[in-house]
Design a protein. Structure first.
Length: 551
């Protein structure tokens, strides 16, 4: 069983990786800014003057243009870009694949800088989750990988998945040491600090994770030695950022954000947190908990972790979640532009996913149902157009799906014009990963009362997703803030009063199918466990059989 379970996990990870590698997503300013910096670095400069018209995410300093992105992702991507250049693909790159605004080279870079870190993060959640709830870690990992913002962003050249992977890798190192207090090693603390430091070089807000993990590290004992090792690693990790700033701007503390006018208000565009904006980030039509309701069960699992004694981990998860919600709700552009959800909260997702391992065991029906809902919502968003600009625009996901307008894939490069056929690798990989995840979680048992509870949870979500964001004014408030940030089209409501209506119906149907399928699996597993017991029962001896017959 152990060998077959590990084999199922390996195959499932391969399927998740294939799902990440399939889509060739459209370009936006964020990706183009990273790409411009990658190309500039390859030419030995930090200036993107030659590529300034490709992106709006740029800053002007002393007469030259620079990417407004942190440089960590570009540094990490340089080896991949050099390999692509040596292969000759940068000379005449395939662009506008299937008539979309995309680029083959950017897609190849995203495989290295987004898909690969996303897959590593899924594997890390599996390992940590299994330590906290043996046998259920991989279910939590797949829920993260295919049912949250990690899925679409693993196909996009943004820095969030990479930086989130670094932050969670640091936690995984510290968690392992905390679970084995007899070891007196310092290198895991230094390595965790290095991950955090380079995470800050990649995405500045990872500093918040670094502070929380620093407290987590020193409260496990030997505070001075471990704290010093961790701090040394952090300093080493931010050295590339300091050197880049010195090279580009003449000061180790000057960052490109300082040259963007909208970043001047507050602290780099961050003001006092707003509870109203926090609610919008979580509950609008593209809010974190609306499109990925499985994360609600992550919060439930965190409470269960705390109550059973894993208080340090539960408090850490809660602290990181609250810190990022607070910072994000005070930012001038809280929703992050054209994205399928609040991208600045991606860093919190692996931490919220770990407690799902506990929820899958304690509340299997609701967790399975809400995971299925999340798989459908982000699956549809990813294959159609994840880069939507406002809350009401999420209605285009089902409009595009029903119209057969899907994103191109690597199959499309081979001149396959049927969009459904081109998306076949994704359609095969995702269900296969889910089936293998169930196989790798033999303890997942869904009985009829749990089926009912799961159906109720999915039904409650669908009702809120269709009516709540509009009825409570959440979408309108969010859209007005987007208009204030510069996008006057946010309140047009092109896709109707209830943009998630069709998607909610599809997701609800998916949840029901998942619950019934798990009920069948549970019944089969029960029969399989009972069969060896019957086979192992000793046969009655001849005299005992005669006595039984006579009676």
């Amino acid at each position: 069983m152990i060998r077959s379970r590990r084999g199922a996990v390996v195959l499932a990870l391969a399927c998740v990786g294939l799902a990440y590698a399939t889509g060739i997503q459209a370009l936006g300013w964020n990706q183009s800014s990273h790409y411009a910096l990658i190309r500039a670095l390859d030419r030995g400069t930090a200036r993107i003057d030659d590529y300034k018209y490709t992106t709006g995410d740029k800053a002007r300093f002393h007469g030259h243009w620079f990417s407004s992105r942190a440089p960590g992702l570009a540094f990490f991507s340089e080896p991949a870009y050099k390999a692509v250049r040596v292969a000759g693909l940068t000379n005449r790159p395939t662009v506008r694949i299937a008539g979309r605004h995309n680029n083959e080279v950017v897609w190849l870079l995203s495989l290295f800088a987004a898909a690969l870190p996303g897959l590593v993060m899924v594997a890390l959640v599996w390992r940590v989750g299994d330590r906290l709830e043996p046998g259920f870690g991989f279910a939590a990992a797949v829920a993260l990988g295919l049912g949250t913002l990690v899925l679409p962003f693993s196909q996009l050249l943004f820095s969030h998945v990479f930086s989130a992977c670094l932050g969670f890798a640091a936690f995984a190192l510290l968690f392992r040491e905390r679970m084995q207090p007899s070891r007196r090693r310092l290198w895991p603390f230094a390595l965790a600090g290095l991950c955090i430091g380079y995470g800050v070089t990649t995405e500045y807000p990872l500093l918040f994770v670094g502070i929380a993990l620093g407290v987590y590290a020193i409260t496990s004992g030997e505070a001075i030695r471990r704290g010093a090792a961790y701090a040394a690693g952090v300093i080493a990790g931010v050295v590339p950022l300091a050197l880049y700033n010195l090279w580009a701007f003449g000061s180790v503390t000057h960052v490109a954000y300082a040259d963007i006018p909208r970043q001047h208000a507050g602290f780099f565009g961050i003001r006092m947190p707003s509870p109203a904006v926090a609610a919008e980030l979580l509950l609008s039509s593209r809010g974190l908990l609306t499109v990925a309701p499985v994360l609600v069960m992550g919060l439930v699992g965190a409470v269960l972790l705390y109550r059973r004694g894993n208080r340090a981990e539960a408090l850490l998860i809660g602290a990181i979640g609250l810190i990022f919600i607070a910072y994000n709700s005070g930012y001038y552009l809280p929703y992050g532009g054209r994205v399928p959800g609040p991208r600045f909260l991606i860093t919190t997702l692996p931490f919220l996913a770990v407690p799902l391992a506990v929820s899958f065991r304690r509340f299997p029906g609701p967790t399975v149902a809400l995971a299925a809902v999340s798989f459908v919502t982000f699956g549809v968003a990813t294959i159609t157009n994840p880069l939507v600009s406002a809350e009401g625009d999420v209605g285009q996901w089902t409009d595009l799906l029903f119209g057969g307008h899907l994103q191109p894939t690597f199959i499309s490069i081979l001149k396959v014009h049927n969009e459904w056929l081109a998306m076949a690798p994704f359609f095969v990989a995702v269900p296969a990963a889910l089936v293998l995840a169930v196989r790798a979680t033999p303890g997942l048992v869904v009985r009829w009362p749990s089926v009912v509870a799961g159906a109720a949870a999915a039904g409650g979500w669908a009702l809120f997703a269709v009516l709540g964001p509009k009825a409570f004014g959440i979408d309108l408030a969010a859209e007005r803030k987007i208009v204030a940030a510069g996008d006057s089209s946010a309140t047009l409501n092109v896709y109707g009063t209830h943009p998630l209506h069709d998607l909610a119906e599809m997701a609800l149907a998916g949840a029901v199918v998942a619950l019934l399928a798990m009920r069948v699996v549970t019944a089969r597993r029960s029969r399989a466990r009972a069969a060896p017991d019957l086979a192992a029962a000793p046969a009655p001896r001849p005299r005992e059989a005669e006595a039984v017959a006579a009676s």
